[in-house]
Design a protein around this ligand. Structure first.
Ligand code: FES
Length: 213
């Protein structure tokens, strides 16, 4: 499994927690008060509660169920039922490598995350999910016009002066999460139009899958 995008940095401000999926792996991704980001198996080492239901306390993530706290290293630091106990270092979450680059959060579940070098001049637009494979999304997107204009097919879709790049993350259940980058400096109207293009792309690709079924 390579390094894949799971969300946008702007959607995960300090003290926020989000759930993500990459290649079938359920993840909790959270940002501590100090800005440090972590990506873990979405499962509390205690009784298996989804840690994405938890909340940030300072630079730790607290599980919603019994309130155990885990620091950025994934180590349990506090057990409310035993406040004087120094938790054993063996109580720790299953951590994954995570990096942020180009406003995107990237995770790798089987090694060190390394975000790819992306073309310059692009910035995050939005994230959406399509019930189709990554290849089907890439092919289908090139068939959807933006403002009446068709794109040149390629890794980056060029609609005249407006460019769009789709970063595709298979979710492991036949769906694909699409992280969309677009030309930097677009007007609000252009970004809104591109957001509608994303929706049109989703409908087009999913309609193709229904026809083929
Ligand atoms: S299940 Fe998380 S603290 Fe008990």
């Amino acid at each position: 499994m390579s390094t894949l995008p799971v969300g946008l940095s702007r959607d995960l401000s300090a003290k926020r927690v989000m759930r993500a999926t990459v290649g079938g792996q359920d993840l909790v991704v959270w940002r501590a008060t100090n800005g440090e980001i972590s990506a873990w198996d979405n499962r509390c080492p205690h009784r298996g509660m989804a840690l994405s239901h938890g909340f940030v306390r300072g630079n730790t993530l607290a599980c919603l169920y019994h309130g155990w706290h885990y620091n950025g290293a994934g180590t349990c630091t506090y057990i409310p039922a035993h406040p004087d106990l120094d938790p054993p270092a063996t109580i720790r979450t299953n951590r994954f490598s995570v990096v942020e680059q180009d406003g995107v959060i990237w995770v790798r579940t089987d090694g060190e995350a390394q975000a790819p070098d992306l073309p310059g001049g692009l910035e995050p637009l939005r994230v959406f999910i399509v019930a189709a494979s990554a290849d089907q999304v890439q092919c289908g997107a090139a068939q959807v016009p933006y403002e009446g204009q068709m794109a040149d097919a390629g890794a980056v879709l060029h609609f005249g002066a407006v460019s769009v790049m789709l970063l595709l993350s298979p979710l492991g259940d036949g769906r694909t999460q699409v992280t969309t980058l677009a030309s930097a400096g677009l007007t609000v109207a252009q970004r809104s139009a591109l957001s509608r293009w994303c929706e049109a792309t989703r409908r087009h690709v999913e309609a193709q899958q229904e026809e083929a079924a």
